[in-house]
Design a protein around this ligand. Structure first.
Ligand code: PLP
Length: 398
């Protein structure tokens, strides 16, 4: 028996069974669906990409996996070298793990221990955003701010170690004034908060955050598990404002295998690099640096670079803006567009109940949640396919 994610199993409707995939399409026995969710925002090159398939197959002929404890191998060396040269600034030190949640856990552990290693043991607090989502493990639930995912944590009472603020500069300044001596980091999903409702905010907030982090010696962590690899129209938001620690996941492997990476800058790495064995980072997921994952991630980045994905993403944004221009409905609270993400927020969640079935009948797979009807398509989508996704969203309101 499969226990499905985020579902009351008693009332859950039967999931669509996928029998094949190709490009932007998922196939059930009787329907061909454009995947407007990109398998939780990860399948940026589409399914069954010949070059990604080949990269994995070639590595599989050699070996699928060896552990990183005491061993190393070419795919992980090549991927870390690639990330080091490709990521902005001195984000050079790659700690691999098997999922975004774990990679955020690692970032939070690094931030806490960075100050423990310096004997600033009062810095136990994390500043985070309202509506934040950073994963489903325990510490990421605590730094997250979404009742629907995290209500189980209420059993422990209010967290004394996390402060949540809205994406307003005033609130940011106030929080730093009040808590700066206790904060080890400010953790954010930059520009676009995904699972918290596709909330978009201005880069000026992040610029001010960078200044305040510098002023008060607080580490700035960008959780780009969702926003990384072009989703916001930037390669990484870290290209605009440089964090001390960057977390990547989801699209890292083009959606092929669960893998993630926590990338630290020089200053952070130096905080661990000395003669004291107790200053080591004591973490090591069994499957970190998996050879298949690293091979496909490397190829995914090469495709992203060589085929000018940023212009594909800008085209998606342009078409989306053009198609949504002038569209409105009294039940819609706001339509938000950024890069290859579009979200229709409705006032009343019952307004979008039944949309998934409607979309299925129109050849689109969609997974709305709460008040949010959204699309985060694979970047290889053709114009007419994208229009089909957007038309389906608009037709629902007609
Ligand atoms: C999906 C997501 C995570 C968690 O990643 P998993 O691989 O599901 O553990 C963390 N942060 C953000 C911003 C995400 O969107």
């Amino acid at each position: 028996m499969i226990w499905y994610p985020y579902e009351q199993m008693k009332t859950m409707k039967t999931p669509y069974k996928i029998v094949d995939v190709q490009g932007v399409y998922l196939f059930t026995e009787d329907q061909k669906l454009i995947d407007s969710v990109s398998s939780w925002w990860s399948v940026i090159h589409g399914y069954k990409h010949p070059e990604l398939n080949r990269a994995i197959q070639e590595q599989l002929e050699k070996f699928a996996h060896v552990m990183l404890g005491g061993l190393t191998h070419e795919p992980v060396q090549k991927l870390s070298a690639k990330l080091q040269s490709w990521l902005p600034g001195d984000l050079d030190y790659c700690f691999f793990s098997d999922s975004g949640s774990v990679a955020v856990e690692v970032a939070l552990k690094i931030a806490l221990q960075y100050y423990m290693n310096r004997e600033e043991t009062q810095r136990t607090m994390v500043l985070a955003l309202e509506h934040a989502y950073h994963g489903d493990t325990f510490k990421t639930m605590e730094v997250g701010d979404d009742e629907d995912y995290h209500f189980v944590l209420k059993a422990y009472g209010e967290s004394r170690h996390v402060v949540h603020i809205p994406t307003q500069i005033e609130a940011l300044e106030r929080a730093f004034e009040q808590y700066h001596s206790k904060l080890n980091c400010f953790l954010v999903e930059p520009l676009l908060q995904g699972a918290g409702g596709m909330r978009m905010y201005d880069v000026s907030f992040l610029r001010r955050a960078r200044e305040l982090c510098d002023e008060y010696g607080v580490l700035l962590i960008f959780d780009e598990v969702a926003t990384g690899f072009g989703r916001t129209g930037n390669r990484f938001v870290a290209d605009l404002v440089l964090p001390d620690i960057l977390v990547l996941g989801k699209a890292l492997t083009g959606g092929y295998i669960g893998h993630a990476v926590t990338v630290a800058n020089h200053k952070v790495y130096e905080g661990f690099y000395d003669d004291n064995p107790a200053h080591a980072l004591m973490h090591g997921p069994t499957f970190m640096g998996n050879a298949l994952a690293c091979s496909v991630a490397l190829k995914s980045i090469e495709l992203f670079e060589q085929q000018d994905y940023l212009s594909k993403i800008h085209r998606i944004e342009e078409i989306t803006r053009r198609e949504m221009d002038g569209f409105s409905d009294p039940r819609i609270r706001e339509i938000r567009i950024m890069g290859a993400c579009v979200c229709i927020e409705v006032y009343d969640p019952t307004v979008i109940a039944g949309y998934q079935k409607f979309a299925y009948e129109h050849g689109v797979f969609s997974r709305p949640f709460l008040n949010y009807l959204y699309a985060m398509v694979p970047y290889i989508i053709e114009e007419e396919e994208l229009i089909q996704v957007l038309d389906t969203m608009k037709q629902w309101f007609e």
